[in-house]
Design a protein around this ligand. Sequence first.
Ligand code: 5GP
Ligand code: ZN
Length: 117
Amino acid sequence: MTDNCVFCKIARGEAPATMVAEDEQTMAFKDLQPKAPLHVLVIPRRHIASLADADDPALIGHLVEVATKIAKDAGYAARGFRVVSNTGREGGQAVEHLHFHVLAGRPLGAPWSPWDR
Ligand code: 5GP
Ligand code: ZN
C-alpha cells in the first residue's frame, strides 16, 4: 500500500469510485474520464506499480480474466472490446498502480488511438 496512491485509496475505500466488480484480489470501477461508452479500470487490491513490477503471473491472468468478463457481461463479446495496460512513461501510464483498461462501445481505431497524446 502506498499512502499517496489514488488507486490504493480507492482499494481501501478512502476515495470514491463507481464499482463494477470486486473480489478478494481485484477491484473494477468506472474510469473518471471515460474514453468509450464502456470504460472500466481493473486493479489489484495490493499496490503493484505497473506490469514491469508485477511478480505474480496468476494475478495478472486473473486481472485479464476479470476485464474480459466485464466486457462480455456488458454485451460486447460479439462487437469486440479492448483490454490494455499502459506501462511506464512512454507507454502512457499516468497512475502508477497497475491497471487494465476495458474499453468498448465504439470503434477504437488502430492500434492504440484512444489516448492520442
Ligand atoms: P493511465 O494513463 O495510467 O493508463 O490511465 C489512468 C486512468 O485513470 C485515466 O483513464 C484516468 O481517467 C483514470 N483516473 C485517474 N484518477 C482517477 C480516479 O481518481 N478515479 C477514477 N475512477 N479514475 C481515475
Ligand atoms: Zn497503489
